[in-house]
Ligand binder design. Structure first.
Ligand code: AHR
Length: 511
């Protein structure tokens, strides 16, 4: 008897304490909208960096020529790429477009000093990029060189790509095999001009911007949508100066903000080898996006109350120490469930600022930073972040619904973060979609949703992305470890939608 009771006692001690899932109330206002979720918020970015272009989107064929990689294109087309930013990034302000046209054997090689000091042979230039754009059926966002190029060079590139009639550049384009203009409207006038794009003060760049932008002439087939280099993260002075001095001449400001753990100066965090304190820190940093957008938008509102100028987040995503053994400067990193949930939280934040945020570009599409796809020779895998974009596809071009949400608290080591993040939208077919993220890695949570003014009969389908391990990921040996699965944890009960969210999970429901 004594033995039995002591066995029972030790079993009770050893049993994990199953915490009751706290309930979070959410009310979706069916008749109140936050605006349309522009599909361009789901934009991508491909820079001549590491294995993003060469050995990423392109591969060498048996003759040694670069060809677009079909498997990568198929996966991206499955996802849908609304826009693609190119050729950089920092590379844009080093790039001379004239090097990337005409017969390949005549194209000069240059050194990509910024990214690994590798030789860039200009195999992928304007025509090749526009072929990719065709294959992806996407909208190109071209970034011109202000940092080291001339006004004439940028104006000529614009003319080469877009001029519909007879002109020196359209003639050259035709000689290189393309009669028709490509009609590229989204045009970046420099990149990160406060840093790798020239280390300029905003006062100086504002004037340069005005000058370069002046020579992008609209034609009957296309008018330029002029994107100025925006601030680095919390540099509000940059936004103030740009709006004051050039606000009337620009269509968008391009803010860049990366989610890092640790510091830029010493070292950043690891992509895979991390603990809960690193998890917490990265989530915390991802959530900074909300304050950044709020404060930049407040400044923009002062100069542009009509909200004509877009705030683009032209580079965002997680940036970790690059993978050990990968080529220095190539920014190759793995991608785990943690990256995925920072992405869903960030997309939710964008959806709260739709009056201004109409475009964003995650950095970068293949093999660089928070990529959608990783490749290794002929092998390819889809990252957890790819799956987030896939699960959020339903929100593109839909109307964002307003909601109130008790986000609860994820507590770690004396700090707290909102545990639940969400997006709700209704599409053109009146289908309601709700995405919920539980960033808490330990605690399951229940979300109880009142669907005010929404005529919902039940849950049509649901998908979930989750795993037991915080650093769950796909590898080339096990490429399909982490992917969305069917979710059966939601039900309508007494007019309320009850969603049982496991710890560290993302759920998307169709009602
Ligand atoms: O995405 C990598 C780099 O980060 C880009 O080239 C640059 O614009 C930013 O600093």
């Amino acid at each position: 008897m004594r033995l039995l009771s002591s066995l029972l006692l030790s079993a009770a001690i050893a049993a994990p304490t199953a915490l009751a899932a706290p309930t979070h109330k959410m009310t979706i206002e069916g008749d109140e909208s936050n605006g349309t979720i522009s599909r361009h918020i789901y934009g991508h970015f491909a820079e001549h960096l590491g294995r993003g272009i060469y050995d990423g989107l392109w591969k060498k064929d048996s003759n040694g020529d670069y060809i677009i990689r079909d498997d990568v294109i198929d996966a991206l087309n499955e996802l849908g790429v609304p826009n693609l930013r190119w050729p950089g990034g920092c590379f844009a302000d080093y790039y001379f477009w004239e090097h990337g046209i005409g017969p390949k054997e005549d194209r000069p090689t240059v050194v990509n000093n910024l990214w690994g000091g590798v030789t860039e042979d200009n195999s992928v230039g304007t025509h090749e990029f526009m072929d990719l754009v065709d294959e992806l059926n996407t909208e190109p966002v071209v970034v011109g060189n202000v940092g080291s190029g001339t006004v004439e060079q940028m104006a000529n590139w614009w003319q080469y790509i877009n001029h519909p009639g007879e002109s020196p550049m359209s003639k050259l384009r035709a000689e290189n095999g393309r009669e028709e203009p490509w009609n590229v409207k989204y045009w970046g006038v420099g990149n990160e001009s406060w840093g790798c794009g020239g280390n300029m003060r905003p006062e100086y760049y504002a004037d340069l911007y005005r000058q370069y932008a002046t020579f992008l002439h609209g034609y009957e087939n296309v008018k330029p949508f002029r994107i100025a280099a925006g601030a680095a993260a919390a540099d509000y002075h940059w936004t103030e100066v740009m709006m004051e001095r050039a606000g009337d001449q620009l269509d968008a400001l391009d803010l860049h903000h990366y989610t890092i753990q640790g510091s830029w100066e010493t070292h950043k965090g690891q992509a895979v080898d991390f603990d809960e304190s690193d998890w917490y820190e990265l989530m915390d940093r991802a959530m900074e996006m909300d304050e950044l957008l709020t404060r930049h938008i407040k400044i923009m509102d002062k100069y542009d109350p009509e909200q004509r100028v877009w705030l683009i987040v032209g580079e965002w995503g997680t940036w970790h120490e690059q993978e050990e053994g990968s080529i220095p400067g190539f920014l190759y990193q793995q991608n785990t469930l943690r990256d995925a949930l920072t992405a869903s939280v960030t997309l939710d934040i964008f959806h709260q600022h739709l009056d201004r945020v109409k475009m964003a570009n995650i950095a970068q599409t293949v093999n660089v930073l928070q990529a959608m796809i990783l490749t290794d020779g002929e092998r390819m895998l889809l990252t957890p972040t790819y799956h987030v974009f896939d699960m959020y596809k339903v929100h593109r071009d839909a109307t964002a619904l307003k909601f109130k949400l008790n986000r609860g608290k994820y507590r770690y080591d004396g700090g707290t973060l909102p545990a639940i993040s969400a997006t709700a939208s209704v599409d053109n077919n009146q289908r309601v979609h709700i995405s919920l993220t539980n960033i808490d890695p330990n605690q399951a949570r229940t979300v109880e949703i009142s669907l005010k003014d929404l005529n919902v009969e039940g849950v049509r389908s649901g998908r979930i992305l989750t795993a037991n391990e915080m650093n769950a990921r796909n590898t080339f040996d096990a490429p399909n470890q982490l992917h969305p699965t069917e979710f059966n944890g939601a039900r309508v009960d007494n007019g309320k939608l009850i969603v049982e969210m496991p710890a560290k999970s993302l759920v998307t429901l169709e009602l």
